[in-house]
Ligand binder design. Structure first.
Ligand SMILES: C[S@@+](CC[C@H](N)C(=O)[O-])C[C@H]1O[C@@H](n2cnc3c(N)ncnc32)[C@H](O)[C@@H]1O
Length: 247
């Protein structure tokens, strides 16, 4: 089965295999031209509810999309920021694809795409909003405090770091076993093959993330995103983390 996966013009199984055996940066460089036709791009079904919730927190002047890829979060920022929208990503290929798809608009906000590691952001405290989608699995738990400190450092006092977080899969459910199998396969792959490809879905847990954000200097609130469904016990399947720079 070497045809396109996910969509007619999506990556082939062979292309996905080559990408999976590359480093994170090289893997995304290779995937970039077809990334928007994979399920790895954050879908509009998620971006819409997040945009509505973020708009209610605004208005904002300058927004940063951390690990922007081809620009899923840039679409959110363009709708809620008045002056400047910046995407930062380590993959030159993803940035080029995002830039090409976005084109150049003469109207505000000003849009820029910056190549950098999110663990070493090349900005001062310039932003009043930061968002991030679909990328936290690329950071090992021990790297997260630095990631959060970096985002904190580029926000103005009172600035907001906002991202959706999905409730953990119910133990024994299909999603639970799929994620467990994916993480196990990734750990085996990384034990046997270099360069490593860090993508662990199960390590980004709300309780730990909350504590780490607080340590980095954020005040953390949660908002339900009811449009994204409920779990069998009635709790929201997805929440918005709203972390405000308080110091
Ligand atoms: C799954 S994609 C998500 C892209 C986009 N945010 C979305 O939701 O569609 C993950 C992105 O994170 C980027 N990335 C991973 N580690 C990074 C790092 N340390 N610094 C900057 N970007 C990183 C990758 O290059 C890739 O573009």
């Amino acid at each position: 089965m070497l045809g396109a996966m996910f969509a007619p013009q999506g990556p082939t199984l062979r292309e996905l295999a080559v990408q999976a055996l590359s480093s994170v940066e090289r893997g995304y460089d290779l995937l970039a031209p077809k990334f928007d036709r994979t399920p790895f791009r954050t879908p509009d079904a998620v971006l819409g509810p997040v945009t509505r919730a973020v708009r209610a927190l605004g208005p904002f002047d300058s927004g940063l999309d951390v690990c922007c890829g081809t620009g899923a979060g840039m679409d959110v920022l363009r709708q809620v920021c008045r002056e400047r929208v910046t995407g930062v990503d380590r993959s030159a290929g993803m940035l080029a694809a995002g830039r090409a798809a976005a084109g150049t608009a003469a109207t505000a906000p000003r849009v820029e795409w910056v190549r950098a590691d999110a663990l070493a952001l090349p900005f001062g405290p310039d932003f009043d909003l930061a968002v991030s989608f679909g990328a936290f699995g690329h950071f090992l738990p021990r790297e997260r405090p630095q990631l959060f400190t970096q985002v904190h450092s580029v926000l103005r006092p009172g600035g907001r770091f906002v991202f959706p977080i999905v409730a953990p899969a119910r133990p024994g459910s299909r999603a639970y076993w799929s994620l467990l199998a994916f993480d196990a396969a990734m750990r085996v792959r990384n034990a046997l093959w270099h360069p490593s490809f860090v993508m662990y879905y199960r390590t980004f847990r709300l309780a730990e993330v909350r504590t780490e954000l607080a340590r980095a200097g954020f005040d953390v609130e949660l908002q339900a995103l009811p449009e994204l469904g409920r779990r069998p016990d009635g709790s929201p399947r997805c929440r918005l983390v709203v972390a405000t720079r308080t110091r």
